[in-house]
Ligand binder design. Structure first.
Ligand code: NCD
Length: 365
């Protein structure tokens, strides 16, 4: 069997970059259906999303007990991870670090390139090869799109090919956030037939929000979906995402009528204005987003079974007065991130089967 790393090592960088995302994904997944890297949402089909959800739930339950935690910490305690985060992060960084700790993985971190040799003029490629000398896994968030992919490709051409996890790359992808969002939706709709047939409303900066882009793709794995994109015209969803939805025959609408969309939603996914991508002109300051603010009034409009998500950080998208409502699931969504990231890391290192076996044995005991 050809290993994915071998295949990645065989292909020139320009050829990889020129590929459609679905084809690219085949270079990042293993032949057994698991991942060798986690780089783009297109790596995840429905069966895999369900398997990751089951594993995340096993880890979540096992971790409730000291004995279980001891078991989990013994799974990958021979490994070290490098957290390379050169863009701000609270949740993604902390949840990855906690996920690693849960599995016994030791973490090092670089969060500020001014304290690394990049400031002395070291190339990014050399920096990455340096990290690879000291760790077994690289988790990275970068302002540039495609950098995690580049790292995986580069290391596949070295004598230390390591798994690479994309923890957010530029404006384009945030695959682990999208997988945890799917897990949150799976759990929210557990008693309502799952994600199939649901209406998901995306609100905010849909043009530059990478969480929206990755999640919209993952939702094409489900049947009879309806997506509604609610935003001011300047921040509406990009044509590439719409083309992807058309290709997958997913129904969608675009509008700026927030109340009407909330009334039809099974899930509302709020996002903030991504003004870090503004030009020096601060163009998004001129856009009025005040009408896309979820307040207690919207709790009366949202169906009783609807849920409210947000990848956070939040600014003025959701009134804190909404937090106490059981349909506001964003705090649970945040914690789900830790379990999903632990499941993804466990999967990369083939630890899923033994974790599931432990969970089964414990249930029978
Ligand atoms: C998101 C991100 O970084 O893209 N945050 C996160 O990872 N939860 C969303 C955002 O910054 O708005």
């Amino acid at each position: 069997m050809t290993k994915v790393t071998d295949r990645l090592a065989d292909i020139p960088w320009a050829a990889l970059q020129a590929m459609p995302l679905e084809q690219k994904a085949t270079f990042f997944n293993r032949a057994d259906g698991g991942e060798e890297h986690v780089l783009i949402a297109q790596q995840f089909g429905r069966a895999r999303l369900e398997a990751i959800g089951r594993l995340a739930t096993c880890i979540r339950r096992i971790a409730k007990q000291r004995e279980g935690m001891r078991f989990l910490r013994g799974r990958l305690n021979h490994l070290r991870a490098m957290l390379y985060f050169t863009q701000p992060s609270s949740r993604t960084f902390l949840s990855f670090r906690s996920a690693c700790a849960t599995l016994g993985v030791d973490c090092s971190e670089i969060r500020d390139t001014s304290t690394s040799s990049e400031v002395k003029g070291e190339t990014q490629d050399d920096s990455v090869r340096t990290f690879s000398s000291y760790c077994d896994l690289i988790i990275m968030r970068t302002p540039a799109g495609g950098q995690a992919e580049r790292t995986a490709w580069l290391l596949a051409h070295s004598d230390r090919p390591l798994p690479v996890l994309n923890a957010g790359s530029g404006k384009d992808q945030h695959p682990t956030q999208a997988v945890l969002d799917i897990y949150t939706l799976q759990r929210s709709f557990e008693d309502r037939g799952g994600i199939d047939g649901k209406c998901i409303v995306f609100v905010g900066d849909l043009l530059r929000g990478r969480t929206v882009r990755s999640l919209a793709y993952l939702l094409t794995n489900y049947r009879d979906m309806e997506l509604m994109f609610v935003a001011p015209e300047e921040l509406q969803i990009g044509d590439d995402i719409l083309a992807m939805l058309d290709a997958a025959s997913v129904r969608y609408t675009r509008s700026d009528d927030f109340d009407a969309a909330v009334a039809q939603a099974d899930a509302v996914y709020m996002t903030r204005v991504q003004d870090e991508w503004d030009s020096a002109d601060h163009e998004s300051r001129r856009i009025d987003v005040s009408r896309f603010f979820f307040t207690p009034r919207h709790l009366n409009i949202l169906p009783a079974t609807g849920v409210l998500l947000h990848p956070f950080p939040r600014r003025h998208e959701i009134d804190v007065a909404v937090d106490h409502d059981p349909r506001a699931v964003y705090w649970r969504q945040m914690r789900n991130g830790m379990w999903v990231r632990a499941a993804l890391v466990a999967g990369l290192f083939h630890a899923a089967d033994e974790i599931e076996a432990y969970a089964r044995d414990r249930e029978q005991a």
